[in-house]
Design a protein around this ligand. Sequence first.
Ligand code: FPP
Length: 224
Amino acid sequence: MDGNGRWATQRGLPRTAGHIEGAKAVRATVETAARADVTTLTLYAFSSANWARPPAEIAALMRLFGQYLFTETRRCVEQSIRINVIGRRDRLSENLLRSIEQSERSSAAGSGMLLRIAVDYSSQHSIVQAARRAGPDADLTTEAFHRLLHEVDHCAYPTSEVDLLIRTGNERRLSDFLLWECAFAELHFSDCLWPDFDDQRFRCALEDYGGRQRRYGGLAADTR
Ligand code: FPP
């Protein structure tokens, strides 16, 4: 969800104003994704590397996450959306942890889309933790490692690999996001700044994905 800062700067506003506008785009995107029958939507809200930002910006983001969970959980429950926050939990405030647990608990019975919000998330950190948990298990399989990653990341529900990764803000990096799960992900890069990411742009990304030929290293059906 890149581009909140630039969106605000272009308007002579503080970066936090961009994050507030970004949260509105989050609301709209969750609704579009649910309507488009997306099974799992994962939002990269705060990477572990983001702790390097100024304390005031970090505090504003943490406040926004708490507010989002407070105001949106009921809406998610009404739409049968399950909420799950993934990432480290040992560095979040008690208040935010309580909000996360409450949102996860109250939306757990939903049968619709899974909304995963990545906060203090680092794929490299998760992979190292999962490897430690695995220990010297010579029979470790890809599936078993995937399950260990789920445990480390506090994934409350099993998910498969990422099908489509959308990155906004004219950036072309993975930035330590779901590196294991993105093994065969299709990538869609958008120049649009996150607060401007709307229904139409999301559908355009889905359409782009729909036109991709996923071969997983094999051959296309018509060349076999
Ligand atoms: C990265 O780009 C964006 C973030 C670190 C924050 C993302 C947060 C939100 C979209 C708001 C709230 C989220 C939820 C889940 C309620 P940047 O904005 O720092 O981009 P830039 O400086 O490159 O423009």
